[in-house]
Write a protein that binds this ligand. Structure first.
Ligand SMILES: [Zn+2]
Length: 235
């Protein structure tokens, strides 16, 4: 089978790759599929919350998780069907990139809010949101201008708070966190492979969904499903 007809030619770094019709459809489907599960998963955490901190963290995390898939699906749908509306498409593309910063901060929020942290590490609770706000502002002003810089920002934002998690006295869930992170990192290879690998962006979406699913499982299992025996003295 000739896979080349499923993808278009690679473009120079300053241009945007134009997906084929097949690729557009796959880009939409691979994130649309996760909208309902992410909403259901978020409500499971809400109903399993035992106090206001758990409930707040469930909402923040749920909002980040669901909006990642919703905004991504909206952007890919607009970019497929309404690409002639250039400024609308540009706006959705920016939102698609901004939501990633909030998704990363939201993914860390339950760990940072619900686990006991050291006197320095607890500052990461608000620092992740400062980083997310900086990232969002950066996208607003420099969207698509320095693509490598964007990738570096995402990686720093993704890895930096993990250093705090590694120093937590309670370490359960660490393997799942690392496994999820590994999926995001591996996925980046495909994120950068438009025009080299057919359906590269859809494959990247699937890596993101798998990483997010592993992180959701860890949050559900270690922070919500188990009775809260770790008293969060530093809240
Ligand atoms: Zn995408």
């Amino acid at each position: 089978m000739n896979l080349v007809r499923f993808m278009n030619n690679r473009v120079p770094p300053n241009k945007r790759y134009q997906p084929t019709e097949y690729e557009h459809a796959a880009n939409c489907a691979t994130h649309a599929l996760w909208i309902i599960p992410s909403l259901l998963g978020s409500s499971v955490l809400h109903f399993q919350s035992e106090d206001q901190w758990e409930r707040l963290s469930a909402w923040v995390y749920g909002a980040g998780l669901s909006s990642l898939f919703i905004i991504s699906t909206l952007f890919h749908t607009v970019s497929w069907k309404k690409s002639h509306l250039r400024s609308v498409e540009h706006c959705f593309h920016m939102c698609d990139r901004m939501v990633i910063y909030f998704f990363i901060a939201a993914s860390y929020a339950p760990w940072l809010n619900l686990r006991e942290l050291g006197p320095w590490a607890c500052h990461m609770r608000w620092l992740v949101w400062v980083m997310a706000s900086f990232g969002t502002t950066y996208v607003f002003f420099f969207h698509e201008r320095y693509k490598l810089m964007e990738l570096i920002c995402y990686t720093v934002m993704g890895v930096f708070p993990a250093l705090v998690i590694l120093s937590m006295p309670e370490q359960s869930g660490l393997y799942e966190l690392l496994a999820g992170g590994a999926f995001y990192c591996l996925g980046m290879v495909f994120f950068k492979s438009d025009g080299i690998v057919p359906f590269a962006h859809a494959i990247w979406h699937m890596f993101v969904a798998t990483g997010a699913a592993i992180h959701y499982y860890a949050i559900w299992k270690y922070l919500y499903a188990q009775p809260s025996n770790q008293v969060q003295t530093s809240r």
